[in-house]
Design a protein around this ligand. Structure first.
Ligand code: FES
Length: 148
């Protein structure tokens, strides 16, 4: 599954100019990427130019259980720098984020967050994302969330 959610109207966010995106992956490794709007989108996951789209296009693992259509929160990331260069959250994204573990003011869904290129952006993929997405639902997974 992939693509965009046809029920979400505000999907006009676009990458306008080149910028540097730094991604700290779930293992703590830093990936510094030069993003060129001419090369976006990379894959058919999430909004074009979204953090998820870029991760998929560069082989960086970011869980996306719903395929990038704003119907889960497994692509939750923290935007450490450049949040104001990203599109605004929609009501649908806010609703999904409310279900996310470790919600912070700089939390975004990777599949919905599209930096426009006016500033460089730095994000972190939390290591607990891996646990939430891959373990079975139920009492055991709740224990893992708290311990992560
Ligand atoms: S992948 Fe499901 S909300 Fe982003």
């Amino acid at each position: 599954m992939g693509g965009q959610n046809p029920y979400i109207k505000d999907q006009e966010a676009r990458v306008k100019q080149k910028y540097t995106l730094t991604i700290i992956d779930e293992k703590g490794a830093e990936h510094v990427l030069e993003i060129d709007p001419a090369k976006v989108p990379y894959e058919d996951h999430g909004l074009p130019g979204s953090i998820l789209d870029i991760c998929m296009g560069h082989g960086i693992e970011l869980d996306h259980a719903c395929g990038g259509v704003c119907a889960c929160s497994t692509c939750h990331v923290h935007v450490l720098e450049g949040l104001d260069a990203c599109n605004e959250t929609t009501e649908e994204e806010d609703d999904e984020l409310e279900e996310a573990y470790d919600l912070k003011p700089n939390s975004r869904l990777g599949c919905q967050c599209v930096p426009d290129g006016t500033k460089n952006v730095r994000i972190r993929i939390p290591s607990w994302n891996r646990n939430l997405a891959r373990e079975p639902h139920g009492a055991d997974s709740m224990t893992t969330k708290k311990d992560a």
